[in-house]
Design a protein. Structure first.
Length: 335
């Protein structure tokens, strides 16, 4: 029996392939700085296909094995979108490991490799027509479903969860007591923060820099959060300039303030959006790195919205997307 599985994580700017043995141990990795962004720019996916082919061949070469030793090649992320390699329709929530594994599509692409590649579908919140009455409840994910599966596998203890996946697009994923994804909520907070930090009048005030882990300041973060909650993001940001001119010259303090102001909208969304399904016993699990995970934890705790808020801190080298894809491959063997 073939002993290895290869997972492919295809994102916007990078493609990464990981080789796993049958003990869930990572034994090799290959990466290329090519993603679906290149498909959008080039108008075709030739460069993306070539990057996947190179990564796969590098893994085999580096570990002195052949395709005969591979049981599954399984791909997730934006690589399954209309600007990826193969577009796979979104699966409709609720969906857990069993549903995702059953909906995964095996497609042979001889220009990439001789084995079929199993493409994991993304998930959408609902099916049917989008109207002005229901559009806000709609959301989609591609890639975060595999990250979520890994975190559910690690953290789920039979109670509903809200998984927080920070990034350029912050993702909030609701999970029911049975470990199924019931919906997600996406914001562009990371992009807003980047724009405010680099392309507005606040750029000088924050030194054109984001908050570093060692400079994280809870008090300044919550000050910005409170200001945005009272007066809105635009006014809160300009008040950050006022603070930098007349109160505090340290750019990192103002950067903490702006971070809190930007994140305030996400908390309003979590409280009021119909996109995620929350219950009284929902527990929050925040992923990602400091300082963003710490900032979100402090804000959630300050708002006292949930009884339990924890930060998921994986070991070095842990890839949630790769582990989630591997769990799908394991499940597929049993279906």
């Amino acid at each position: 029996m073939s002993a290895y599985t290869i997972t492919i994580d295809g994102g916007t700017t990078n493609t990464r392939c990981i080789l796993w043995d049958d003990r869930r141990i990572k034994t090799g990795e290959a990466k290329r700085e090519v993603g679906v962004r290149n498909t959008a720019i080039d108008g075709n996916n030739s460069r993306l296909k070539h990057a996947v082919k190179e990564c796969l061949e590098q893994l085999l070469r580096d570990t002195s094995i052949s395709y005969d030793d591979i049981s599954h090649i399984i791909a997730s992320g934006m690589i399954t979108s209309d600007v990826g390699i193969v577009e796979v329709p979104h699966l409709t929530a609720p969906a857990g490991l069993t549903e995702i594994a059953a909906a995964t599509e095996a497609i042979t692409l001889p220009e990439i490799c001789p084995l079929p590649i199993h493409f994991i579908p993304g998930i959408k919140n609902s099916d049917g027509q989008i109207t002005f009455d229901n559009y806000e409840a709609m959301d989609i994910m591609r890639g975060e479903e595999t990250e979520s599966l890994a975190i559910i596998h690690t953290c789920h203890r039979g109670t509903p969860l809200l998984l927080v996946l920070p990034g350029s697009h912050n993702k909030f994923v609701s999970v029911d007591k049975d470990g199924r994804i019931t919906g997600c909520l996406t914001s562009i907070s990371g992009e807003l923060l980047a724009s405010i930090t680099n392309d507005t009048i606040l750029a000088k005030s924050v030194g054109r820099s984001f908050v570093k882990a060692e400079d994280y300041d809870r008090d300044w973060l919550l000050l910005g959060y409170s200001s945005a909650k009272k007066a809105g993001l635009g006014r809160a940001c300009f008040s950050g300039r006022i603070l930098s001119l007349f109160k505090e010259k340290n750019p990192s303090k103002i950067a903490n303030y702006v971070l809190g102001a930007v994140l305030q909208g996400d908390i309003t969304a979590v409280k009021n959006s119909q996109a995620v399904r929350l219950t009284n016993d929902t527990q929050v699990v925040i992923c990602g790195k400091a300082p963003l995970n710490l900032a979100l934890k402090d804000i959630f705790q300050a708002e006292d919205l949930f009884a339990h808020v924890t930060v998921f801190e994986p070991d070095n080298g842990f890839s949630a997307s790769a582990l989630g894809a591997y769990l799908v491959a394991e499940k597929m063997r049993l279906l």
